[in-house]
Design a binder for this molecule. Sequence first.
Ligand code: ATP
Ligand code: MG
Length: 584
Amino acid sequence: MDWQPIKKTFPPWHPQPNLIDYQQSRVDFSWDAVRNELDGLPDGRGLNIAYEAVDRHAEGGGADRVALRWLGKGGEVKDFTYADLKAQSNRFANVLRSLEVGKGERVFSLSGRIPELYFAVLGTLKNTSVFCPLFSAFGPEPISQRLERGDARVLVTTERLYRKKIAALRPALPKLQYILLADSDQDQDETVLSLPRLLDIASPDFIIPPTDPEDMALLHFTSGTTGKPKGAVHVHNAVLTHYLTGKYVLDFQPGDIFWCTADCGWVTGTSYGIIAPLAHGVTNLVDAADFEAERWCRTLAGQQVNVWYTAPTAIRMLMRSGLKPKDKYDLSRLRLVHSVGEPLNPEAVIWGEEALGLPIHDNWWQTETGGIMIANYASMDIRPGSMGRPLPGIEAAIVHRVGKGEVELETHPDCEGELALKSGWPSMFRGYLHDDERYRNCFAGDWYISGDLAQKDADGYFWFVGRADDIIKTSGHMVGPFEVESALMEHPAVAEVGVIGKPEAMIGELVKAFVSLQSGSEANENLKLELLGFARKKLGSAVAPKEIEFTDILPKTRSGKIMRRLLKARELGLPEGDTSTLED
Ligand code: ATP
Ligand code: MG
């Protein structure tokens, strides 16, 4: 890599990061010590995510602190203190109890980012039921699949979404007993009920029943980037990872204002859009509106955001907008920017320095891991293009599968292999719902095999290579799409790239790049030749793309990930497979 490390220096007002001595923290680490920083339910009744996130602050000194600041699409602002959030989530838990919805039963949501959604998540956890958020832009088919596979008993939604997407599905979903409409004052019948009415008559007091740390808490469907989405099961003990990553990675400090831009429909929107910031008692900002470059810059400045967690796709959209936010907006409160979900091109890390005044910190995790596993930390220099180093408490390695159920650890630096984690961390998924075999196949001995390929350098930094499914085999080489995409991204005309392997008789697969251009750049033969030459110079002819095709947009999941399998299927005229998460 020809990128220089970014040295981290801190202005005098910058609080000391929570993680200073990375190596020592790893040596001293114990999950028991993390557990001791949490409260646990009173009288030793166990561990419940919602108690750690809300009640312990509301009952301690944080009752009047703002827990949730909600920004409506039209500019309205609503604040909920920790005391408010405690009362509202208690009410929701009492609503479930009154409907005789009990432990382990599934409560789904299908809505935009409305306050009631947050009450519902926390209230469901308090009731020891299981929460499963769905993305509101899903069509009827993906919704019904997930409701059915997840054994939904209750769905929280809005009147419009119910009418448009759910009503017609109900005969096929006999287990779905109650629909709670968040924006309706009246019940429609005895199963389609007004949530505001129910919350109104429910008591704001609720005693959380005993909760075993291993009790199921959340069900999250994966993004469907590589195939049919899987339902990953998580337990209450996951809050240890949420808390620890809030401390070490997002580096929460007292009084912080935090903004996670992910929708609750994805695991990031729950683990970091709800649980981690609340577990630290900071203020969690929620914006009901979708991405819009100027609005986002205004929000960062106007809401005085200190820590920002977003995704490469949003960063690339900002880059493409041509805005240089720090010239136009006061971003002086912003201390830390993190990104997750896709590889973050070095180009984007550097753009952050120039346009936001801060480099962007990449981190890696999956729906299955429940929380951040590999990260760049506030106190450590950044190597642009690297995902960083494993969280203290997490052992990560590059492995090769040898025979069934066994792996060999890669001991040489910079060698490619499967990224694996030593199993047993608190937020590790406990199963794929209704698919035990698939779950078992993710493990070999003590190791969870992630399905991503990576390298580890001599200093222990991990570098993403690609998803095992996306790796290109060309003339005897293995080429990771990320490397090729990042090289092309360095060309000023390029906005976004997706790279695939296209079967070719002589060389196995040919590297093909789909390129979308910056506004103002014209797609023509000359530019194509220029890009082919540019990539060849950077990557060498063995790795550089042989074909380039211009495209206005790349197919992406609704969570913003480039769907390379779809580029490939379309290129080859093959069936597209599961497209339930494809964005419009
Ligand atoms: P599916 O498993 O259904 O195909 P998915 O893997 O995209 O979908 P998620 O769990 O949302 O579903 O995403 C996790 C994946 O996202 C990781 O396995 C990895 O491929 C990618 N990813 C996440 N963060 C990073 C990162 N910082 N760098 C590179 N890739 C990342
Ligand atoms: Mg996956």
